[in-house]
Write a protein that binds this ligand. Structure first.
Ligand code: KIV
Ligand code: ZN
Length: 561
């Protein structure tokens, strides 16, 4: 027998005229965070009081979650004390409901009622396993047996809840047929309907039926079929809020959640970054942000992702993987040259068209919506000419002419090949400085005078100056219809004149409170090579002259390489 033959394939639920494939998600579900319970119980070092409180506050105060499963107070002293601290320490905002989990067992239910005393809004969440496998292997019972466990618990909870509700607590019930995904659908319907009856559920007193994929065992479409079938068959569907609790064993937790919502579920239990048992619970952030980028308000706020990550990593001692959707360090980064180029074009297109819609290829979401540093382009040896120019523009404000991208890109790429690692923006700026701003000779401008006249409406410029070439100082002068022209004519008789002026571009640049002009000059050598120079000065004409000298000096150096 082969290894794979020992596994029992999933049996799809037959369903006719399914409707979920034609639906789209148009509104946020009710969110419930299970980070402090399911997420916490799966940690190598479960969170202590301080860490749980920190995470609780992040969830409710900053992310905006309104329902939080805070633990399993009957099962651990830490969870019990945290429950008490949350209630007695006044940590729970009035619009937030805490949820407590308990097995369908009498003494644990009683202890859980003790733990919640004094809380304003509580979801009392009880569960027992209902699947074929668990019935046979763990409980040695049949559907009626697991149904009785559930309804006995429902009776006790209902009875104990009445005085608590009468004393003013807003207490609601949640039931989970644990391992729902491995339960025959008709049996799941039968058990859940009985629980609804025993809890006296009606449209005004809805009970949350939480249908977990405790272990993910089928494809998302098959789960959606189960969900649609379950909801259709449930007697008195209006008595229930259908909740999802997907785990991620096949890596499809997000897809399963989305398919489940299409099939009629209205609530999602999830964890940040998909923390949770084994491969985790479904990732709340991915499901929410997937809605966001479809133009649907997820009603959760992840606009401060870096703070969420550092809280999460500190409290759970887990790491957010670099390619984690929306949160990972590398997810707003393009290394490939053609991607960088297209991203650059997307930003330019949006600016030129004053587009309110996000139209940047390769970036499904604007990183600033997650409060991320603006780093859509990073540079390694795979990067093209546009990437370095993008960084110089977006990080440092140097908007090089398009024709110059290739020259500077090649310089950056050579350095990246040489170092064999990613080049950070500061290193790229250093390269730019060395290459263009710190060029010192052999030609230097010692002194100069620039004069501009307008005669008969025609502008005219005169340049007089002293230049130095190595140890020789010489005087030059020239005139033209602008400062660049005048300077170029002034040096026309010198050896420096072996260059043809091709183009220039200038713009203002502010460094701190200081605003200067930067000029980019493109010259062509006698053998047809283009070479660029950059000049910065408070005076725009001087910036251009410095740019020409820079280009000449760079061409001179290149000829001698
Ligand atoms: O995964 C699961 O089935 C659970 C239940 C207790 C809801 O965590
Ligand atoms: Zn779970």
């Amino acid at each position: 027998m082969h290894g794979y033959e020992k596994y029992i394939p999933f049996k799809p639920q037959p369903i006719e005229n399914r409707t979920w494939p034609d639906k789209v998600i148009t509104k946020a579900p009710i969110w419930c965070s299970v980070d402090l319970r399911d997420g916490n119980q799966a940690l190598i070092d479960p969170m202590n009081m301080e860490e749980k409180l920190e995470m609780f506050h992040m969830l409710v105060d900053e992310i905006g979650v309104k329902e939080v499963e805070i633990g399993f107070p009957s099962a651990s002293d830490t969870d019990y004390s945290i429950c008490r601290e949350l209630i007695e320490g006044g940590h729970i905002p009035d619009d937030v409901t805490i949820q407590v989990l308990v097995q369908a067992r009498e003494h644990l239910i009683k202890k859980t009622f003790e733990a919640i005393q004094g809380a304003k809004h509580v979801i009392f969440h009880f569960y027992n396993s209902t699947s074929t496998l668990q019935r046979e292997v763990v409980f040695h019972t049949d559907v009626e047996g697991v149904k009785k466990i559930a309804t006995d618990a429902a009776d006790l909870i209902y009875e104990m809840a009445q005085p608590v509700i009468a004393s003013g607590m807003d207490l609601r019930y949640e039931y989970s047929p644990e391992s729902f995904m491995g339960t025959e659908m008709d049996a799941a319907v039968d058990i859940c309907a009985a629980v609804l009856d025993h809890l006296h559920a009606d449209a005004d007193h809805k009970v949350i039926l939480n249908l977990p994929t405790t272990v993910e065992n089928c494809m998302p479409n098959q789960f959606a079929d189960e969900m649609e079938y379950f909801i259709r068959k449930l007697p008195g569907r209006e008595r229930a809020i259908i909740s999802l609790h997907p785990h991620n064993d096949r890596g499809c937790g997000v897809a399963t959640t989305e398919a489940g919502l299409l099939a009629g579920a209205e609530r999602v239990e999830a964890c940040l970054f998909g923390n949770g048992e084994r491969t985790g619970n479904v990732d709340m952030i991915t499901v929410a942000m997937n809605m966001y980028v479809q133009g649907v308000d997820p009603e959760l706020d992840f606009s401060h992702m870096d703070r969420i990550i550092s809280m999460y990593e500190r409290c759970t001692k887990m790491k957010v993987p670099e390619r984690q959707p929306y949160g990972g360090d590398l997810v707003f980064t393009a290394f490939s040259g053609s991607h960088q180029d297209a991203i650059n074009k997307g930003f330019n297109y949006m600016a030129e068209h004053h587009s309110e819609k996000w139209m940047v290829p390769y970036l499904p979401i604007d990183p600033t919506d997650l409060g991320r540093a603006y780093e859509p382009v990073r540079i390694n040896s795979q990067s093209g000419k546009g990437g370095a120019a993008f960084i110089m523009n977006h990080k440092f404000g140097f908007d090089m002419p398009k024709a110059m991208h290739a020259e500077f890109g090649a310089i950056v790429q050579a350095e990246s090949d040489r170092q064999g690692v990613e080049l950070k923006p500061d290193v790229i700026f250093q390269l730019f400085k060395q290459e263009y701003l710190e060029v010192d000779g052999p030609y230097r401008l010692i002194s100069n005078k620039l004069r501009a006249n307008v005669e008969n409406g025609v502008a005219h410029s005169f340049f007089y100056g002293k230049l130095q070439h190595k140890d020789t100082v010489f005087e030059v002068q020239g005139e033209g219809n602008g400062p660049i022209d005048a300077f170029f004519n002034a040096i026309a008789n010198e050896r420096m004149s072996r260059y043809q002026f091709i183009d220039y571009k200038e713009h203002a640049i502010s460094q701190g409170s200081d605003s200067q002009a930067v000029a980019y000059i493109q010259l062509r050598t006698l053998d047809g090579q283009d070479v660029f120079g950059v000049g910065i000065d408070h005076n725009i004409s001087m910036a251009s002259i410095k740019g020409i000298l820079c280009a000449v000096n760079r061409a001179w150096a290149a000829e001698r390489k």
